[in-house]
Design a protein around this ligand. Sequence first.
Ligand SMILES: [Cu+2]
Length: 154
Amino acid sequence: MNLSKKSGWANITLLLVLSLPGTTLAKTEAFAFGHPGTAAKADRTVKITALDTMRFVPATVRVRPGETVRFVVTNEGKLVHEFILGDRREQAEHEREMQRMGGMAMPDEANGVTLQPGQTKTLIWTFGKVGVVEYACHQLGHYAAGMVGKILVK
Ligand SMILES: [Cu+2]
C-alpha cells in the first residue's frame, strides 16, 4: 500500500519532467516559411508602408532563399493595420483568429506586428526555401479587401 503510493508519486514526477520539454516546444512556434532573424544577420532593409486604401507599398518584394530581411513597416493611415508574415495557411489561421477576437488588436508576435496610426515597427525575418510568402493585415475586412503583399522567395 505504502509502496504503491510512493511509486505513484514517482510516476507523477517523471510525467512532469517528461512534459517540460514538450511545453517549451509548444511555445516555440515553428514556421514553414523561415524563422525570426537577428539584426546582426540582416542582409538588407526593406521599407513597407501600410495605407488606409487597404494596400501595402510596395505590393511585391523579392528575396533569396535563406536571406535575412529587416522590414521597417510604417502605418501611414489613420486606421490600425497589421504586418503579418506567413504562407497561405498561416494567413488563413490568423484571419480566423482575428474574426474570433472581433478584430481586437493583437500583441506583436514573432512573425507579425500591429501598427497604430503613424507608428513604425521593425521585423527581421530569415526566409526559408523557394516559394511565396505573404504579408497581410487582418484588421476586420482588410485582408478580404486585398490588404496583402507578396514576397517571392527565389
Ligand atoms: Cu489593415
